[in-house]
Design a protein. Structure first.
Length: 508
């Protein structure tokens, strides 16, 4: 090879490496403006480095009591596609009334699909009000809130758009087919009970829709966003946006990082109410490995064979819950491990249709008299088995989805450069009696700032949803507000779930 040509290629390679190197430096030094918003360690968006034994750890909710047994004639064992949200001084629940019976020759529904309504004062004890709206078996004495179009997967929400009209304070999407077309239809309601169509035509038509399809008002981006079911190498999710809930943009498939690890059934995506710039998703994982030896020893093997006689997947497919997050509503970081496992059970679980989490997160009182509020979710069991279905409540620490965690041997997390606005730094954290968290504040280049060095940091230990960080000089960090800084968390047998800068706003 001529020397000049070799030298040219070498220069090209060196230039390419230089571009990549400089780009990585620029990315590392890019300042993320977090303002006074709460940040959760549910992704690596703010993390520059983890060292020692530090890691991001996925946490799982704890099963509690059975909240609802769907044993009324219009309900049944296919209660999936549940919605729960807090509305003033009450909690609202919408769930499907459906029932399936399996025989060696077939399986069929015992009655038409309807949507039912329950409410609660505490999110723990639920009642079925007698709505008197729709007739079932000759009587209107029931809690049916939707019958007919949309009865398969009716998913309401309370519209937080400040411009929402009084007659449409509650909205919903649901799948259906009429002479006007097939797809997702838009509904409205003034009270969350009595519903009517917003449009006689479906508002979204590109998709499969045979799952729980949902929408909400995105208060950060000032638009409606929806998520619905479609197929791309198996079950997957599309999304779209709208300014008026009637005209929706072309819906692309979600992007995943890392790549999607399994088929996703429901999606259960919602802006997190304590950090609305974050989208949290709780999709159902769908997986079918066929008639393996493990499948043959799962709970109720005889019924499993009956259920799979006509359609093998009805006997062998499994579902459990996952967790994913996004900063833009389109590209999601997926945790490959399960958020909701079927659990150590001898019946009532480990079937296709079990472990479907409701859409919505609500705060409820702790089971401990002196405990702070916790998050409640509601999960399906006994799905399409030969008994009524049930919903079981599960609980999780507020913000407690993922933590930056290290054992007693210790570990560290250093953030990317951030810019905050506030007077004090608060943590949602937990430690053992021997564990601790210390925080050093560095400049953008990673140099400790005098007064906020690690040696100045007070050792934090305990368990709190909102613990103020202290240094020898106190807790006031306002002189750093508006500057580019890094946070260095030094952890020993401790978890940090979230942090937030609070206090008086500094005018720059």
């Amino acid at each position: 090879m001529p020397f000049d040509r070799f030298a040219g290629i070498a220069r090209l390679i060196l230039c390419s490496f230089a571009v990549v190197f400089l780009a990585s430096i620029a990315a590392a030094n890019e300042v993320v403006d977090i303002g006074s918003g709460r940040e959760l360690f549910v992704d690596d968006h703010l993390i520059d480095k983890l060292s020692g034994k530090a890691q991001l750890r996925l946490h799982r909710p704890e099963p509690r009591e059975v909240t609802l047994v769907t044993d009324q004639p219009w309900e049944g064992n296919a209660v999936n596609y549940v919605t729960v949200f807090r509305d003033g001084d009450r909690y609202r629940m919408y769930y499907r009334g459906a029932d399936e019976v399996y025989t060696p020759d077939s399986y069929k529904a015992t009655h038409r699909e309807v949507y039912c309504y329950a409410e609660s004062k505490d999110g723990i004890h639920w009642t079925r009000p007698d709505l008197g709206l729709f007739e079932f078996n000759g009587s209107k004495k029931n809690n049916i809130v939707r019958d007919g179009l949309g009865g398969h997967n009716f998913t309401p929400f309370k519209d937080s758009n400040p411009d929402a009209k009084a007659g449409a304070l509650y909205k919903a999407l649901a799948y259906g087919t009429t002479k006007a077309g097939q797809g997702l239809y838009a509904f409205k309601s003034a009270d969350g009970i009595r519903w009517s169509l917003l449009s006689e035509k479906p508002v979204i038509t590109k998709g499969a829709f045979d799952s729980q399809n949902l929408a909400f008002w995105d208060s950060v981006r000032k638009e409606y966003r929806e998520y619905h079911r479609d197929f791309r190498k198996g079950r997957d999710i599309r999304t779209s946006t709208s300014k008026d809930f009637l005209t929706w943009a072309e819906p692309p498939f979600l992007e995943y990082a890392p790549e999607r690890v399994s088929e996703l059934y429901t999606n259960q995506i919602i802006p997190y109410y304590r950090a609305p710039h974050l989208f949290l998703g709780f999709p159902t994982r769908y997986i079918d490995r066929g008639w393996t030896e493990s499948a043959r020893v799962l709970p109720r093997p005889d019924y499993r064979k009956l259920r799979g006689a006509k359609s093998p997947r009805e006997g062998t497919a499994l579902t459990d819950g996952m967790f994913m997050t996004s900063r833009d509503g389109h590209k999601f970081q997926v945790w490959p491990e399960s958020f909701l496992r079927p659990g150590l059970r001898t019946q009532d679980n480990w079937y296709y249709g079990d472990n479907y989490q409701n859409w919505g997160l609500v705060e409820t009182k702790s089971a401990r008299a002196d405990g702070p509020n916790e998050l409640s979710i509601y999960v399906t069991e006994r799905t399409m088995q030969d008994k009524p279905g049930v919903l079981r409540r599960h609980t999780l620490r507020i913000d407690g989805f993922v933590s930056a965690q290290a054992p007693l041997a210790g570990g560290e997390l250093v953030t990317k450069p951030i810019r905050f606005n506030g007077k004090r730094l608060t943590l949602n954290y937990s430690s053992s009696a021997a564990g601790s968290v210390r925080i050093e504040i560095q400049d953008a280049d990673g140099k400790p700032i005098p007064g906020f060095r690690l040696g100045d940091a007070q050792e934090l230990y305990g368990d709190s949803l909102e613990q103020t960080a202290f240094w020898k000089s106190g807790s006031d960090v306002s002189k750093l507000s508006g500057q580019a800084v890094r946070l260095r968390f030094v952890l020993r047998d401790a978890d940090v779930f979230s942090f937030q800068f609070q206090g008086e706003r500094v005018q720059n």
